[in-house]
Design a protein around this ligand. Structure first.
Ligand code: ZN
Length: 227
């Protein structure tokens, strides 16, 4: 009985506030979020939506039975945290040679403008390592990626930024970034209904958000199965 009740809750159409969609949230005091226990993450005081965390725990133990360690290295990040990442890159020597929209576009190969990150939602996680080579060349990493591509879907997790060869727009492929689809789909739907470019403000380069398609090509530039 309990299982079917929680399944119904997951599938119920939810409402989300614009603040939640834009990451203007204090996860520590939000009733839908839980802190991630140390066993599952390399970070301290990081949060996920409780349903995402519960699903991750199941996947974690299934992987463990196969001798693999899944560690969450990034989870929910609010607007201010994302702004910190963005502003650091904005002033970084690697990007400073570009100007205006060009600089924003260069940063957006891998990083989101504040207000447009799926990490705001508490449904998305980065697993083990932020480099492609870990998942393609490292012995352990290769096994982890093979396991995830075979099994993660059955726990509700999907690789968000898959290969761009099929025409996906936006960020480069990220083998580490996985979304908990049952809730993430609802959040995307709410985002597309409630959020316009007018809401993407208050950081360096925000004026380029519409020109670059931060919502159309990046927020929506995800694997087709997650739409
Ligand atoms: Zn990520």
């Amino acid at each position: 009985m309990l299982a079917s009740t929680s399944l119904m809750n997951t599938q119920e159409e939810r409402t989300f506030t614009p603040a939640e969609l834009l990451g203007q949230v204090d996860y520590a005091s939000h009733s839908d979020f839980s802190v991630i226990p140390a066993e599952y993450t390399s970070k301290t005081q990081v949060y996920l939506r409780t349903e995402t965390l519960d699903a991750f725990k199941k996947m974690f133990y299934a992987a463990k039975e196969c001798g693999l360690d899944l560690k969450i290295i990034s989870a929910a990040r609010n607007f201010d945290y994302q702004k910190g990442i963005w502003e650091r890159k904005w002033k970084d020597g690697k990007f400073i040679k570009h100007f205006g929209a060009d600089r924003a576009k260069a940063i957006m190969r891998y990083s989101s403008m504040p207000g447009t990150s799926r990490h705001h939602w508490g449904t998305d996680i980065d697993i083990n390592d932020l480099s492609d080579s870990y998942f393609t060349s490292n012995k352990e990493g290769k096994k982890v990626y093979e396991w995830l591509t075979t099994h993660a879907n059955s726990f509700g997790f999907y690789q968000t930024y898959t290969s761009k060869e099929s025409g996906r727009t936006g960020y480069e492929e990220e083998k580490w970034h996985w979304s908990y689809m049952p809730i993430a789909k609802q959040l995307l739907n709410a985002y597309n209904t409630q959020i316009s470019y007018k809401a993407i403000v208050n950081f360096n380069g925000y004026e380029s958000a519409e020109l670059l398609g931060a919502i159309d090509l990046y927020v929506n530039g995800i694997d087709a199965i997650l739409k």
